[in-house]
Structure formats: C-alpha cells, structure tokens
Design a protein around this ligand. Structure first.
Ligand code: HEC
Length: 413
C-alpha cells in the first residue's frame, strides 16, 4: 500500500516508462519534460518522489489568494519546474513544485487519530482545531505531509482531480467507497529474512497486521501503560531456529529499548521544542512517534525536524532550493529566523506563515522495510540512514550496537 524505490524501478524497466506512474503530471520532474526519457523522471526514479504542484501564493477555501508572510525566491532548480515558463513560479498560474514521498494507504484508523482537548483544541499547542468545511466539525490535521486536506474524503476528491487527472466527475458515493476501502486495510510486516515469522506464539504482540486490525487506535503510546509497540520481552531470551535468528530477535528487543527508553537532547524542532516545553528537551524517540501501534505523532499538528533545511538537511543536490525571506513584522521561524533556504517550505505553502516553513506531518512507522526511502523528501535511503540522521542531528552518540539494534527493530514493524 505504498511505493518503494525498487518497485518504481521495476515498473520503469518492465513497461519502458509506459506505466501510468510515469504520467508527466506528477510522475515527471515537470510536465513540460518528454515522457519516457529517464532524465525527465529522475526524482521519481532516484528518490521515489512525486511532484506536488501548489498554487503560489496559497489560496483559501474560497479560492482567493492569501497574503503570505514571506517571499520565495528560487536559488536552484535542478528539476527545472519552478523556473518553467509554463508550470513555474512566474507562469500564468504561478505554481511552486515540491517533491514528496507518497504515504502509506493503510492503518488509517491510527493515522487519522489525534489527541485534542475537549475535541476543540490542539492537544499540543492549545490552538483551536481546524474546521472541516464539509461537515463543520473540528478535526486534527494528521494526513498528508502539509496537512492541506482535513479529511480522507477531501484528500480523495483532490487526488482524483490532480494525480488521476480526473474531470471532476467523481460522485460522493465513489468517494465514500474509496474511504471505506482504505479504512479496512491493515499493513505490517509478517516475516523477516533472518527473524523468521513475526507473528504467532511467542512473537511480540504488536507485530503483524492482525495487531493493527484488532488494536485500539486512540491511545497515546509514550507511557508504560500503553507503550507504542507494546512489549518485546518474548524476544529477549528468544526461542529461534538458529543462533542467527535468536541473535537477531534479541537485537530487535534491545532496539525497541533504544527507541522507547534511551533519552536524547531534542533540539531546535519548530512546533515541538518551540512551544514552551524546553529547548533542548530530554526525551526518547517515542515522545514524537507516539501513536500506539503505529508510531506517528498523536498531537494534531506538524513540526520541523529539519530534513529540508540545509545545512541541517541531508545532502539532496537534485531538489530545488528556495530562499525564504520573511516580513519584518511576521513571527520568525524559531530557529532559522527570517532569512534562510529550504528544499520544501512544507506547511507554510498552505498557511503562508513564516513560522510554519519546513513543518510537516510525520509518517507512521509500519511496513518500513517494504517502502524505502524515508522522510518526506526520500533523503534517507535505508533504515540505517534514518538512524544515522538522528544520531548526528541530536548528537546521540549511539554505539554501533545501539545503531544496529535500532535499525533491526524498525525493520520488522
Ligand atoms: C522531535 C520529534 C521527533 C523525534 C524525537 C524523533 N522523530 Fe522521527 N520523525 C519526526 C518527524 C517530524 C518526521 C517526519 C520527517 C519527514 O518526513 O520529513 C520523522 C520521521 C521519522 C521516520 C521516517 C518514516 C518514514 O516513513 O519516512 C522514521 C523511521 C523515524 N522518524 C524514526 C525515529 C527514531 C528511530 C527516532 C529516535 C532516534 C526518532 N524518529 C525521533 C519527529 C521526531
């Protein structure tokens, strides 16, 4: 229910680029590039990225342009779309193109869950929740990296128009069927090459899709009562068919401890360490990856981990680089100020706010082995690269054993 770099490349080879995935609307670096030529699809073929064109300036629900707190200037445009006369920022319909990984269409009961105060206020910031224009109800913003749609219904409607290039002829009934279908898909890894079966007698209870299908989706997991991925105790002194399997299983159990118990100094994460809890803030991976059984964030909201902002970002020379210059009277980005560069302004492309630049909704943590690369910009090519990113970013100084254990743990979810 996701899209890995290896499956993209297989489809490219098998169909010589004719698969609908390589439609130039979103499966090429820019629609004005020739279809089926490798270079036109390099961001998809090299990093698993889909083009997301967004109106600049952003528009409100009524379609009117909103006044932004910052200007965007193109510093580099290797993919050629932001400077394109037809599709770029200076075209007749000014558009910013950013490139992002698709999210997994499964376990959505967990993803659409968010913690609020009396159903009306954001549990993290205390701000009023967004309103779904269709139902008038207050909702968290837990889907899509920039949370531009409040509900799965709105997401599906937009995807039919944009990604599918539909002509708008989708009925309410069809949208309901799509959302109902998505709602009953549960995804998790079931076996591992070395670890063997991940379900059944003696397997850790959080593993396998059945745990998700039968689990409760509204629990916070950053605590000892309903820990995110329950318990891996059965693998501490594991029964296994071979020594290699036993070693792997106990490494996974130790890796869960790194994830759940080992603290680090979390530093300079906008909308996380900037909202009064302290910066730096000493906690574990599970403080952010907190939804029970799924590992996405429980508070409705976004944060800027830094993966898109050089020099904090991993090196991604193929991505566009924008200079952000915020108005003097705007609240600045808490750590980058009013003048900085980014590969993807994230949420700020929807809200127009300086302090939202770079903020994103995080993904869930299931089925990871099957859907590399990671982070919204595909910059971590392997699970180990994710681990190395955090080790550097938060100066964790993990031992080689801890890194390996954490990698093994994430490889069986
Ligand atoms: C300050 C909050 C925070 C902490 C602490 C944190 N993460 Fe994350 N994590 C995020 C955010 C935000 C993203 C989304 C970034 C993106 O997609 O660009 C993310 C993304 C990820 C992903 C990518 C998932 C995917 O499908 O692409 C993995 C894996 C991950 N984190 C693992 C970890 C591990 C392991 C730790 C502990 C070492 C950790 N995280 C600590 C906030 C956090």
């Amino acid at each position: 229910m996701s899209l890995s770099l290896s499956s993209i490349r297989e489809r490219w080879e098998a169909t010589a680029g004719a698969d609908p995935l390589f439609d130039t609307g979103d499966g090429a670096n820019c629609p004005d590039q020739p279809r089926g030529v490798r270079g036109s699809h390099s961001l998809l073929l090299d990093h698993g990225l889909i083009r997301i064109p967004l109106s600049w300036p952003p528009r409100n629900a009524a379609g009117e342009p909103i006044k932004t707190e910052f200007t965007l200037e193109i510093v580099k445009d290797p993919a050629g779309c932001n400077t394109s006369p037809t599709y770029g920022m200076k075209s007749a319909t000014p558009t910013v193109s950013v490139y992002r990984r698709p999210r997994m269409a499964g376990n959505l009961r967990y993803v659409t869950t968010s913690f609020s105060l009396s159903g009306r206020f954001n549990g993290k910031t205390g701000e009023p929740l967004a309103i779904d224009p269709q139902t008038g109800k207050r909702v968290g913003l837990p889907i899509l990296s920039d949370a531009r749609h409040p509900t799965l219904e709105a997401q599906a409607r937009d995807a039919v128009l944009t990604h599918l290039r539909g002509n708008g002829a989708v009925t309410d009934e069809q949208i309901r069927q799509i959302v109902d279908f998505e709602g009953q898909v549960y995804v998790a890894q079931q076996t591992h090459r070395v670890g063997g079966s991940l379900t059944g007698l003696n397997a850790p209870p959080a593993l396998g899709p059945m745990a998700l299908a039968t689990g409760k989706s509204i629990l916070p997991g950053n605590n000892w009562t309903t820990p995110v991925f329950m318990s891996f105790d059965s693998w501490r002194e594991p029964a296994g068919e071979t020594q290699e399997q036993k070693d792997f299983r106990s490494s996974v159990a130790r890796g869960y401890d790194v994830f759940f118990v080992r603290p680090m100094w979390i530093r300079d994460v906008a909308w996380f360490t900037s909202i009064g809890m302290g910066n730096p803030y000493k906690r574990t991976c599970a403080i952010c990856h907190s939804v029970h059984l799924a590992g996405n964030n429980i508070s409705p909201g976004l944060m800027d981990l830094g993966v898109n902002n050089p020099p904090m970002a991993p090196l991604m020379p193929d991505l566009p680089v924008f200079r952000v210059t915020c108005n003097k009277d705007a609240l600045p980005h808490p750590y980058l100020g009013r003048d900085f560069v980014t590969h993807d302004p994230g949420r700020a492309l929807i809200t127009g706010k300086c302090m939202d630049v770079g903020s994103l909704v995080m993904q869930q943590m299931r089925g990871m082995s099957a859907r590399a690369p990671y982070f919204s910009n595909g910059s971590a090519k392997t699970i180990r690269a994710v681990v190395d990113y955090y080790d550097t970013r938060f100066k964790m100084e993990m031992t080689e054993q801890e890194k390996q254990d954490l990698t093994n743990f994430m490889s069986v979810l």
